[in-house]
Design a protein around this ligand. Structure first.
Ligand SMILES: [Zn+2]
Length: 367
């Protein structure tokens, strides 16, 4: 058994001394928002940190959340009640980004079992194509082949330069060259839900909402935001039918000073980031903080976010995030980028508090 890190010892001590109860009372008026992506369903090599976690881990988290007795609200209701000051104590909302197929096949049954509401922020360019997300698949193939020396960005750019109808064959060729079997392809590990699957998810209780059509990097392409939201909303309306698409999630947490005005003008009434934190009454609904769950996030850290201990211990953040601690920051398994970035991952960081979330592909060259 591995020795506990300083962070784990502090969090365990905080729980055993009753600090959790105190923290919960001190932060009772603040909204907790959990952030997930997809689940890892491919046998063998495990890939992803925050983007894909094990189905068993997600099930265990939802069981813990249910056992905690904290009120879990639909996001829309939580936003309204946060603004009105009528939020129940220590309320929680669950959000899931992107719309990976595993969200429908493996996450939704768990949410249904525990009767937990959740919002799905769906990106839709890939939803209209039976094509795995190219840059994520390429990163996986290089990692699974044990070839970190390969330039996955260049390979991604080469495949994304092809007409979309030729990209799947190119991905399969790359996999064959690297000797990686196609379980990932058969299990649709890197596919985004189709329009029919999004409609099914909505019908079964997921609240499907906005995440841009092409999963753009807002920091770089802020002026594309209105059109991206319009296309994203139009796709979802065609797939799902009439409902309000007014909740938004910043792709990969990227942001820009002009984004807020553009979001409001596009009829967006709440937007979530990837910055860790709670949301106090009166918080800006277009800059909501979340807790990014991930493969290396322990149950103690998860509990500490829900109880408010993480928030109360924030002044100790530098200590808690010291070397050797594997939290949800700084554990990037690679650069999920479509080859448009000139600098290293760290240069795109939004500053302290923003998680090192890998970047899902923008759609690349459209055809
Ligand atoms: Zn995303």
């Amino acid at each position: 058994m591995q020795p506990l890190s300083l962070k784990q010892r502090i969090l365990t001590l905080a729980h055993s001394t009753g600090l959790a109860g105190l923290a919960r009372r001190a932060t009772a008026s603040q909204l907790r928002i959990l952030c997930y992506h997809g689940l890892w369903v491919t046998p063998g090599f495990e890939f992803g940190n925050c983007t894909f976690i094990a189905p068993e881990q997600f099930e265990a988290r939802m069981a813990r959340l249910k056992r905690s007795g904290l009120p879990v609200l639909a996001l829309g209701e939580a936003i309204d009640r946060l603004a009105a000051g009528t939020l129940p104590e220590a309320a929680v909302a669950i959000t899931i980004d992107d719309g990976w197929v595993s969200t429908l096949t493996h996450m939704l049954p768990v949410l249904e079992h525990y009767r937990l509401p959740a919002t799905l922020y769906a990106t839709t360019w890939y939803a209209g194509r039976a094509l795995p997300v190219v840059n994520v698949a390429v990163d996986y193939l290089c990692a699974a082949a044990g070839r970190p020396d390969l330039d996955s960005g260049a390979a991604t750019a080469r495949i994304e330069a092809l007409p979309s109808g030729q990209r799947l064959a190119a991905l399969r060729r790359l996999g064959a060259e690297l000797g990686v079997d196609e379980a990932w392809l058969e299990l649709r590990q890197f596919n985004i839900m189709s329009a029919a699957e999004l409609a099914e998810a909505q019908r079964r209780g997921l609240d499907v909402q906005l995440h841009t059509h092409r999963h753009i990097d807002i920091e770089r392409e802020v002026l594309a935001l209105p059109r991206e939201i319009e296309q994203n909303r139009a796709f979802l309306q065609a797939a799902i039918g009439d409902k309000e698409f007014t909740h938004f999630c910043h792709p990969s947490g990227s942001n820009h000073p002009r984004a807020r005005v553009l979001l409001a003008a596009s009829g967006v009434r709440s937007a979530t980031l990837v910055e860790t934190g709670l949301n106090a009454p009166g918080s800006d609904p277009l800059a909501l903080r979340r807790f990014l769950d991930g493969r290396f996030v322990t149950h103690a850290e998860f509990d500490a976010y829900l109880s408010g201990i993480l928030h109360c211990l924030a002044p100790l953040r530098a200590l808690l995030a010291g070397p050797g601690v594997r939290g949800n920051r700084g554990v990037s398994i690679g650069r999920y980028e479509a080859g448009h970035v000139s600098g290293p991952e760290i240069s795109r960081s939004g500053g302290p508090g923003r998680a090192a979330l890998p970047h899902l592909a923008r759609a690349g060259t459209l055809s």
